[in-house]
Design a protein around this ligand. Structure first.
Ligand SMILES: Cc1cc2nc3c(=O)[nH]c(=O)nc-3n(C[C@H](O)[C@H](O)[C@H](O)COP(=O)(O)OP(=O)(O)OC[C@H]3O[C@@H](n4cnc5c(N)ncnc54)[C@H](O)[C@@H]3O)c2cc1C
Length: 754
C-alpha cells in the first residue's frame, strides 16, 4: 500500500507532463536544425577558433561536447582538422567527443535506465542483449564504435540504458572512436578554406584533389570493412543472445501431471522461457549434465572462484531429484505407513478400516519433490555465479562444447551425464508399452495388477511399495535370488518379506514375449522348466541402466568410452586429459552419494592438480525395502577373490533388543575381517534402519579403525547399532586364545589367594 502524500507538499509532476515537455523540446530542436542557419554558424565558429589560439581550442572542445549531445559531430570533426591539422585536431576531438559520449551516457543512465530495467523481464530479447552487454561490455562498445555507420549520437544514450559499466564504456569508446576520428580530422586537414569545408572537399589542384579523393575512398573502404568485421564480431557476441529463442519449454510429456507441484518443480529445474547466457570467453570448468555429479562439480568449482558453465538437456537435479531417490523414497514412506497400519494388531493396537488414497500419495510426493527442487534449481546456481545453459551439450573438439548453438571453450570439463533406464529385448514389449522410473512417478491411479521386470534394488523397492499401496504385484527375476548382487542371506530375508507383503516373486524367469489381450498386458515367461504367463494392467521395467554417452561428441573430444560408460583412470581423468567424468556415466557404483563423492574428487584433481583416487573410497549403499539392506566394502566372495583370508562374524537382529521390541528381528549384521588382523574388509546390515546404521562401519573403514575400537564406543541402549557393538565384543572375545584365558585365570586365582 502506498503512503499518503504529505499535506501541502508540492504536487509531483505527472509522467505525462514530463513526456509533453520532452516532446516540445525535441520538436523545437528539430525545427531549429531545419530552419536556422546552423551550418553557417558552425563555419563561422570554426573560422573564429582557428584564429583564437589556445582559448579557441578550449571553447571548441566545450562547444563540441555540448553540441554532440544532440547533433552528429562530423562537421566539427572536419573543422578540427581544418583548424588544427591532424595531430592537434585529433587530440582536441578525442577529448571533446569523449566528454560528449560520457555526458550522453550518464544522461541516459540516470534518466531512463531504471524505467528500462523494470521492463527487461518482460522482453527476453532486450534482456538477452542487456546481459550480453553487461558481460562483454568492453568488446561490444569497442566493436560498435569501430564502425562509424552506427549513429554515435544515439548510441551514446543507448549504452546508458544498458548495464554496461562506465569503465568498459569509456575505454571502448576512447579506443573505438579513434580510427574514425583520425580519418575525419585528416580529411578536414586537407581543405584550405571555409568554402571547401562547407562543400566538404578541397578545391585545389590535381594533386590535392587526388590526395583528398584517395583519402575519401580509403576512408569509405576502411569504414565498410571495419563495419563488416565489427558487425560479424558483434553478431558473435550478442547475436546469439539477441536472436536466440528461449530454450524450448519441456514438453508436457516429460513431467506429468501438469499440476501446481510439477509446475513449481519446473520453475526451478527447467524454468519456462529460460534464456541461455552469452558464454564467457573461456571457462575454467564446463560441466555436462545437471544431476548430482554435475551440480556438486559446478557449485564446488564456482565456490572456489572458478568460472563455470553447467549444461543440462532436461531437468536440473537429474535422476535423483526428478525420477529416482526423491520420488521413490516419498512413495516408500507412504507404503511403509500403510504396512504399519495393517500390522498394528501385532502390537495390541486395533485400527479399523484402512484406505489408501493413491492419488493423494502421489500428490504428496510431487509436493515434497517440488519443495526440495530449489536446492538444485537454475536460480540458485545462477546466484552461485554459474552460467546455466539448458540444452543438449555436445563436444566439438578437445576443448570446446556446443550447446544451443553456442560454443563454450574450456580449460577443464566434466562429463556427468548419468545413466538411463533400459528395457531388456523382450519381443512385443515396446508395442504393449511399459513404465520405467522415468514414467512411473507420473501415475495418479494405482495399477490394479502390476508386473515388475527385474528384482534388483529398484524393482524390489517399487514392487514392495506398490504392493503395500494396494496393487497386486508379480516380480519376475531371471537370477536365482532377488537383489542379485547382495549377500544371499540378506536377499533371502528381503524375498521372504516381499512375499509376506503379498508380492508374487518368480526367480529364474526367462521372459519370452509380451502381448496385449484385450485390456490386459500379458508377459509370457518360462521358469522351472514350465511356461507360464502373468496378466497385468501395467508393466514396470527396473532391469537395466545404460550410461548416457550417445550424441555427446566424445570422439571429437578424444574421450574413449565402453559399454559401462566413459573410460576413466583412478583420478577420474578420461583419455582427454582436460576432460574428467563423474557419477553414473563413469562408475559401477550408481548412487547419488557416490556421484557426489566422485565430483569432489574431480574438483580436487581437475582444478588444483590433485591426485585423489576413486579407488580409495569406501562406498556404502542401501536398498530401501523393509527391512533395509545396507552394505559397505567387499562381500566375502569378493574379498576371497582378491586374495584375502576372511573371518566373518554375524549377529542376528533377533539378539538386538531394539529390533525385538520394534518387531524388526528379521535381519542381521555381518562383518568381514582380514584373518588375524583387526581390519574390516566389508559389512552387510539387514535391519529396519540399516541405511543409517551402516555409516558407523563406513567411518571405521575410512579412518582405518578396527572392531576393537568400535567395542570401546558407547552405543545408546536400545538401538539397532548395538548389533555392531555386539560383533565387536564377539571379536574381542575371539582374541582370547586358550593360553591367554589360562594365564588370566591364574592371575585372578592368585589375586583371590592374596
Ligand atoms: C528409481 C531410482 C531410485 C534411486 N534411488 C537412489 C537412492 O535411494 N539412493 C542413491 O544413492 N541413489 C539412488 N538412485 C541412483 C541415483 O539416482 C543416481 O546414482 C544419481 O542420480 C546419479 O547422478 P549423476 O549426476 O551421475 O546422473 P543423473 O542424475 O542421471 O544426471 C545426469 C544428467 O545429465 C543430463 N544429460 C545427459 N546427457 C546430456 C547432454 N548431452 N547434455 C546435457 N545434459 C545431459 C541428464 O538429463 C541428467 O539430468 C536411484 C535411481 C533410480 C532410477
Amino acid at each position: 500500500m502506498s503512503a499518503p502524500s504529505a499535506v501541502g507538499a508540492a504536487p509531483a509532476t505527472s509522467p505525462w507532463g514530463k513526456r509533453l515537455t520532452a516532446l516540445v523540446a525535441l520538436a523545437a530542436l528539430l525545427v531549429a536544425v531545419r530552419f536556422l542557419p546552423i551550418e553557417r554558424w558552425l563555419l563561422d565558429f570554426v573560422a573564429w577558433v582557428r584564429s583564437a589560439g589556445a582559448r579557441g581550442m578550449v571553447v571548441f572542445a566545450v562547444a563540441y561536447a555540448l553540441l554532440g549531445l544532440f547533433l552528429p559531430g562530423a562537421m566539427l570533426t572536419l573543422g578540427a582538422g581544418f583548424a588544427y591539422g591532424v595531430v592537434v585536431g585529433t587530440a582536441v576531438v578525442c577529448v571533446a567527443s569523449n566528454l560528449t559520449a560520457v555526458g550522453a551516457f550518464l544522461l541516459g543512465r540516470t534518466l531512463a535506465r531504471d524505467a528500462i530495467a523494470a521492463r527487461i523481464g518482460a522482453n527476453p530479447r532486450f534482456a538477452a542483449i542487456d546481459r550480453a552487454v553487461g558481460r562483454q561490455g568492453l568488446k561490444i562498445v569497442l566493436l560498435v564504435r569501430l564502425s562509424p555507420l552506427f549513429p554515435f549520437t544515439l548510441l551514446n544514450y543507448a549504452f546508458g540504458l544498458t548495464r554496461v559499466t562506465l569503465r568498459d564504456y569509456l575505454v571502448g569508446s576512447l579506443v573505438g572512436m579513434l580510427p574514425g576520428t583520425v580519418m575525419y580530422v585528416y580529411l578536414g586537414s586537407l581543405v584550405t578554406s571555409l568554402t571547401e569545408l562547407a562543400a566538404g572537399r578541397p578545391s585545389g589542384g590535381a594533386v590535392q584533389q587526388a590526395f583528398y579523393f584517395g583519402g575519401l575512398v580509403a576512408t569509405v573502404a576502411v569504414t565498410l570493412y571495419v563495419t563488416h568485421v565489427a558487425r560479424r564480431a558483434l553478431a558473435d557476441v550478442t547475436g546469439d543472445e539477441a536472436h536466440a529463442e528461449p530454450a524450448p519449454p519441456v514438453p508436457p510429456s516429460l513431467v506429468q501431471p501438469d499440476d501446481e507441484h510439477n509446475r513449481a518443480l519446473l520453475a526451478h529445474v527447467h524454468p519456462p522461457g529460460w534464456t541461455n547466457p552469452t558464454p564467457a570467453a573461456r571457462y575454467d570448468l564446463v560441466v555436462v549434465g545437471g544431476g548430482t555429479a554435475g551440480l556438486v562439480s559446478a557449485a564446488g568449482a564456482s565456490g572456489l572462484g572458478a568460472r563455470v558453465a553447467l549444461v543440462e538437456r532436461h531437468l536440473l537435479g537429474g535422476d535423483c531429484l526428478n525420477v529416482g531417490c526423491v520420488p521413490s523414497k516419498a512413495m516408500i514412506a507412504a507404503a511403509r505407513t500403510a504396512a504399519t497400519a495393517r500390522e498394528t494388531s501385532a502390537f495390541g493396537v486395533r485400527v479399523s478400516g484402512l484406505d489408501v488414497d493413491f492419488a493423494a500419495v502421489m500428490e504428496r510426493m510431487r509436493r515434497l519433490r517440488a519443495g526440495i527442487a530449489p536446492h538444485d534449481g537454475a536460480e540458485r546456481f545462477t546466484r552461485l555465479g554459474v552460467d546455466v545453459f539448458l540444452g543438449e551439450g555436445r563436444f566439438t573438439g578437445r576443448a570446446t562444447l556446443e550447446v544451443d548453438g553456442r560454443r563454450l571453450t574450456f580449460t577443464r570439463a566434466v562429463v556427468a551425464t548419468g545413466a538411463r533406464a533400459t528395457a531388456p529385448p523382450i519381443p512385443g514389449l515396446e508395442d504393449v508399452g511399459y513404465l520405467t522410473n522415468e514414467t512411473v512417478f507420473w501415475l495418479t491411479e494405482l495399477p490394479r495388477r502390476l508386473a515388475v521386470v527385474g528384482a534388483g534394488p529398484i524393482g524390489c523397492e517399487l514392487a514392495q511399495a506398490f504392493c503395500r499401496l494396494g496393487s497386486r504385484v508379480t516380480a519376475l527375476e531371471m537370477l536365482p535370488q532377488v537383489l542379485g548382487k547382495e549377500d544371499p542371506d540378506a536377499a533371502a530375508i528381503v524375498e521372504r518379506r516381499l512375499r509376506a507383503d503379498g508380492v508374487a516373486i518368480v526367480l529364474g524367469a526367462r521372459i519370452e514375449r509380451a502381448e496385449r489381450r484385450g485390456r490386459d498386458k500379458v508377459l509370457v515367461y518360462e521358469a522351472g522348466g514350465a511356461r507360464r504367463e502373468v496378466a497385468c494392467d501395467a508393466i514396470l521395467v527396473g532391469a537395466g541402466r545404460a550410461p548416457n554417452v550417445e550424441g555427446l561428441g566424445l570422439e571429437a573430444a578424444g574421450v574413449a568410452c565402453g559399454r559401462d560408460g566413459v573410460t576413466v583412470n583412478d583420478y577420474l581423468q578420461t583419455t582427454n586429459r582436460r576432460i574428467y567424468a563423474a557419477g553414473d556415466v563413469a562408475s559401477r557404483f550408481r548412487f547419488t552419494h557416490m556421484a557426489d563423492a566422485l565430483a569432489r574428487i574431480v574438483l580436487a584433481n581437475a582444478l588444483f592438480g590433485g591426485w585423489k583416487k576413486a579407488s580409495a573410497l569406501h562406498v556404502p549403499w542401501c536398498t530401501y525395502t523393509s527391512p533395509e539392506v545396507a552394505h559397505v566394502g567387499l562381500y566375502a566372495e569378493e574379498a576371497k577373490a582378491r586374495g584375502h583370508a576372511v573371518d566373518t562374524l554375524t549377529i542376528p537382529m533377533a539378539e538386538v533388543d531394539r529390533a525385538v521390541l520394534d518387531g524388526d528381528e528379521a535381519g542381521f549384521f555381518r562383518v568381514h575381517l582380514e584373518r588375524g588382523r583387526d581390519r574390516i574388509l566389508g559389512a552387510t546390515l539387514v535391519s529396519a534402519h540399516a541405511g543409517e546404521t551402516i555409516s558407523e562401519v563406513t567411518l571405521a573403514m575410512t579412518r582405518r579403525l578396527g572392531l576393537a575400537t568400535l567395542a570401546g564406543v558407547i552405543h545408546p541402549y536400545p538401538t539397532e547399532a548395538e548389533a555392531i557393538r555386539k560383533a565387536a565384543d564377539e571379536y574381542n572375545r575371539g582374541r582370547l586364545t586358550p593360553t591367554v584365558k589360562r594365564v588370566l585365570g591364574w592371575l585372578l586365582a592368585a589375586r583371590r589367594r592374596l
